[in-house]
Design a protein around this ligand. Structure first.
Ligand SMILES: [Cu+2]
Length: 321
């Protein structure tokens, strides 16, 4: 089969627009106050903006760099309004290609320095489709998605994971056709919560088992005259009705056996973060490593290339506003 030059150009430009049409979270606002560029600082930023499509991958949780803690935490109080900003590469760019129709879902889990995989997540916000998609609203809001931290949330360190799920290729699923499938753009932010709340999120959702290729909110056909969209996962966590964390038996994140005969937890820590840390360190040695060093320029060429991508994806303030 012969392709004309113009066909080649069309194909090339289509590929280019697709590969450059992704999005990445850049920074966070707390009650409208910009917390500054968060990439690699308080956001576990991936080295590129490629989507995750394999539902069994550990990268589905916090993207490809999600198992590495970053140095900083966003400080916010329970009840504060958080705004997460997404951009294609950097501030001042476009947001995300409108073809990437889909929901934006926000989750929380107790902080761990490693990959927060397993049944530790609770949904705290979601936006799907009501004639317009969450992604349409994201674009209209110049890349910003707002939600409120539950006022009942117990103080401590958490990871807040926000994902865009793009459905432009999810009429086929990744397990059947790896060139297709729902595209997940997960981004994880380290947040230290203050306040006098007492509730620890307890939905215990596990992305690697809770999200499936048969889920109608994942195997979703955008080109079939749909009128509604079932957002995947549980309903938003009902903090007001959740049981309080007070008392020595309140294991954070569900299944964590905090305080059960382990040295680190013996003193009945008073905050979520210390309790979680105690159970992790005593139960799972792999989580006890110290904070990772930042990538170094003099390391391998591959690392340099990743660094270059990361630098290009940095959210430098836009001088034009
Ligand atoms: Cu994309």
């Amino acid at each position: 089969m012969h392709l004309t030059t113009s066909t080649f150009a069309l194909v090339a430009s289509t590929l280019l627009s697709v590969t450059s049409a992704h999005s990445v979270m850049c920074n966070v606002f707390v009650n409208g106050v910009d917390q500054g560029d968060g990439q690699g600082k308080y956001i576990r930023s991936p080295p590129n903006t490629d989507p995750i499509k394999d539902l069994t991958s550990p990268n589905l949780v916090c993207n490809v760099a999600g198992s590495k803690a970053v140095p900083d935490f966003v400080k916010a109080a329970a009840g504060d309004k958080l705004t997460f900003e997404w951009r294609r590469v950097k501030r001042g760019d476009d947001i995300i290609d409108p073809s990437h129709a889909g929901p934006i879902i926000t989750w929380i889990a107790p902080f761990v320095s490693g990959n927060p995989s397993g049944p530790v997540w609770s949904k705290i916000a979601q936006d799907g489709y009501d004639g317009k998609w969450a992604v349409d609203r994201l674009i209209a809001a110049k890349g910003k998605n707002e939600f409120t931290l539950p006022v009942e949330l117990a103080p401590g360190q958490y990871i807040i994971r926000q994902e865009i799920i793009a459905h432009h290729e999810s009429h086929k699923t990744f397990d059947k056709d790896p060139s297709r499938g729902a595209q997940f753009y997960p981004s994880c932010v380290q947040v230290e919560v203050t306040g006098s709340g007492t509730k620890i999120p307890d939905q215990n959702f596990d992305f690697n088992t809770g999200y499936t290729y048969s889920d109608p909110g994942i195997a979703f056909n955008l080109y079939n005259g749909f009128t509604s969209y079932p957002i995947p996962g549980p309903e938003v966590w009902d903090a007001a009705s959740a049981s309080s964390s007070g008392g020595s038996t309140g294991g954070a994140g569900g299944g964590a056996a905090a305080g059960n005969g382990t040295v680190g937890a013996a003193s009945s820590p008073s905050t979520l973060s210390t309790r979680v840390r105690a159970s992790r360190e005593t139960g799972r040695a792999s989580f006890t490593r110290s904070l990772p060093r930042m990538p170094r320029l003099e390391e391998s060429g591959k690392r340099e290339k990743e660094q270059k991508v990361r630098r290009e994806a940095k959210c430098t303030p836009n001088p034009l506003g």
